[in-house]
Structures are given as structure tokens and as C-alpha cells.
Design a protein around this ligand. Structure first.
Ligand code: DAH
Length: 340
């Protein structure tokens, strides 16, 4: 009996040595000490023995069982320590290793341009107001003195949502909102998105940005308009910049003008940017039409004002030499990153 038990013990030892993970050790535990294990079988068979034999055999078997149990316990401890060590190795952090720099985005060139323009006007005492992109036909056309048959009202030019609601085609409706809300003196600019049914090409996009300006007070004249916009052009494009006011037509201003600046690339000699003319058109402007002032309930004998509207994409394209408007909306980091 003793021999048989020794053999079981030796076998258990060598088998445990080869176990390399918890699953294997667990399998061995079941095999050695479980119901079907040799030791259990021996203990089961002890009923046939005499009381003396039963006692000594029981002691022997339990002795071996105890040894195997502690062998197993050691093995489990050892495997646990090993697993922990392996985990430490995987999770180890080298605190001296240099960090990974977070990838910084870049401000969009249109944002940069809008902020630059806004800053110039803010330094001249303008405040910024905002209006919604979804507008009423009244604010976008009627209140701005656009005749009922004005071509811009056409479905082919304007995105209508209902008969009375549209996506604003210009930032000019913010003039109406401001006049309805604010008493003179008024001196505001309003940057924002506009929408027109245009097929995208190198110079057209169905969504684009404008900056609107409105100044209303007693005694505002065309001289104020010219002085303000001339000063703006010099601050944005450089002190050498000259401006030229060409007569034009807009329904909401009278008189109306378009403003050209001397080409900031060639200084007026004529180049690719100004298409040889030496001048670049940058905005539309004029003295606010009395019909528009009346919408705000103002006495048009007492109050006058001027307004202007500038295309942000156009200015950004000229300033940065971008030759396709679509580049602004493609979100290609290789393009945007150039304006950091
Ligand atoms: N709203 C005009 C446009 O989209 C631009 C404009 C012209 C705005 C003259 C004005 C202005 O305020 O006075 O073409």
C-alpha cells in the first residue's frame, strides 16, 4: 500500500511540474483528488478492511492527500505570480518616454478671413449681430424693396422652403431685423451663410458667406460710406490700397455702388489676379433706400444710413490665391493646413 501511495505521489509531482497554466493545474487537481481519482478510490475501498488496517491505511492515504494538496496549492501560487508578472510586462508604462503630440487642427481659411474682416470693423466701432439662415420672404426680399418681379426671387435662384420661407440668398435681411429691433445710432456688421440655387463650379457654390454692414443715424452721408470702406480696404489689403466707387444698382440702396480696390498683388499695374485691369471688385454698397428705413418706422427726413455687403469667399480666394471655390468645402486637411 505504501508503495502504491508513493507512486501516486511521485506521479503527481512530475505531472504538476509540466503544468504551465491554471487550466492544466485545475485538470490535474480533479484527476488527483476528484471523485474518480486513485486516492478517492482507495479511500472508498477501505470499508472492506479490518478496523486496525483501516486506521493505518487512512492515515497513510490522508498523508499523501495532504502532500498533494499542498503541492497543488504551491503550483497555483506559482502560476498566479507568473501571470501577474506577464501582465505587468504588458501593461508597463515608461514614464520617461516622450508623449504623443495631439494632432492639432487648423482654423478654416474662411473663418480666418471672416475674423480678420470683422476685427477691422470692430476697431471702427461696429458691433456684430446675427440673423437666421432660414428667413422669411418678407425679410429677404419685400422689406428690402425688391420688386415683386425681381429676378432673384425666381425659384431657379432661390431655395424656397414654403411660399413665405426660404434659405436667405444674402445677409441683407439682417438689416431688416436690426431696423425692427434697434433704434439709431445703428452700426453693425453681420457675417453668415447664404444660399442660392447655383451649380457648383470654380467660382460658384450653392452655399457661401457674406458680411453685411449697416450704419444708420442722423446726418449719415455718402462721405461716411466712402471714408469707412476706404479705411477698411486699406486695413485689410495694405495702406497703399486705393478704392474706386462705380455706380451700380441694388433695390435696397439709392444711390448704389460697387467698390473696386487697387490690385494688392501688382499694385495696379495689371496682373493675373486682377485680370490685367489693376482693379479688383470686392463689395456692393449704397445709401439705405428710404423704403427700407420706413420698415423700421424711421423718419426718413431725419435719419439716413449706408449699407454694404461683401463676399467672404471672393476676398479669401483673392487674398490666398485660391483658384477654385470648391476647395473651401472639401475639408481636405492638405488644403486647410496651409492656413494655420
Ligand atoms: N446683398 C447684396 C448681394 O448679395 C450685396 C449688397 C449690396 C449688400 C449692397 C448691401 C448693399 O448691404 O448695400 O449681392
Amino acid at each position: 500500500m505504501q508503495d502504491q501511495l508513493n507512486k501516486i505521489l511521485e506521479q503527481a509531482k512530475s505531472q504538476l511540474e509540466t503544468a504551465t497554466d491554471r487550466a492544466q493545474a485545475e485538470e490535474l487537481r480533479v484527476k488527483l483528488l476528484g471523485k474518480k481519482g486513485e486516492l478517492t478510490q482507495i479511500l472508498k475501498g477501505m470499508g472492506k478492511l479490518s478496523p486496525e488496517e483501516r486506521k493505518s491505511t487512512g492515515q497513510m492515504v490522508n498523508g499523501v492527500k495532504g502532500q498533494i494538496e499542498s503541492l497543488l496549492e504551491n503550483k497555483f501560487e506559482e502560476l498566479k505570480a507568473k501571470a501577474k508578472e506577464a501582465q505587468f510586462k504588458v501593461e508597463r508604462i515608461d514614464v520617461t518616454e516622450p508623449g504623443v503630440r495631439p494632432k492639432l487642427g487648423a482654423r478654416h481659411p474662411l473663418t480666418v478671413t471672416m475674423e480678420e474682416i470683422s476685427k477691422v470693423f470692430m476697431n471702427m466701432g461696429f458691433s456684430i449681430v446675427e440673423g437666421p439662415e432660414v428667413e422669411t420672404v418678407f425679410n429677404n426680399f419685400d422689406a428690402l424693396n425688391a420688386s415683386p418681379d425681381h429676378p432673384a426671387r425666381d425659384m431657379t435662384d432661390t431655395f424656397y422652403i414654403t411660399e413665405d420661407v426660404l434659405l436667405r440668398t444674402q445677409t441683407s435681411p439682417v438689416q431688416v431685423r436690426t431696423l425692427l429691433k434697434q433704434k439709431p445710432p445703428i452700426k453693425v456688421i453681420s457675417p453668415g451663410r447664404c444660399f442660392r440655387c447655383d451649380t457648383p463650379d470654380a467660382t460658384h457654390s450653392p452655399m457661401f458667406h457674406q458680411i453685411e454692414g449697416l450704419v444708420v443715424d442722423e446726418g449719415i452721408t455718402m462721405a461716411d460710406l466712402k471714408g469707412t470702406l476706404d479705411s477698411f480696404a486699406k486695413q485689410l489689403f495694405g495702406p497703399e490700397t486705393k478704392t474706386k466707387f462705380r455706380p451700380h444698382h441694388f433695390p435696397f440702396t439709392e444711390p448704389s455702388a460697387e467698390v473696386d480696390v487697387s490690385c494688392f498683388k501688382c499694385g495696379g499695374k495689371g496682373c493675373r489676379v486682377c485680370k490685367g485691369s489693376g482693379w479688383i471688385e470686392i463689395l456692393g454698397c449704397g445709401m439705405v433706400h428710404p423704403n427700407v428705413l420706413k420698415v423700421g418706422g424711421l423718419d426718413t427726413e431725419k435719419y439716413t444710413g449706408f449699407a454694404f455687403g461683401l463676399g467672404v469667399e471672393r476676398v479669401a480666394m483673392l487674398k490666398y490665391g485660391v483658384d477654385d471655390i470648391r476647395l473651401f468645402y472639401e475639408n481636405d486637411m492638405r488644403f486647410i493646413e496651409q492656413f494655420k
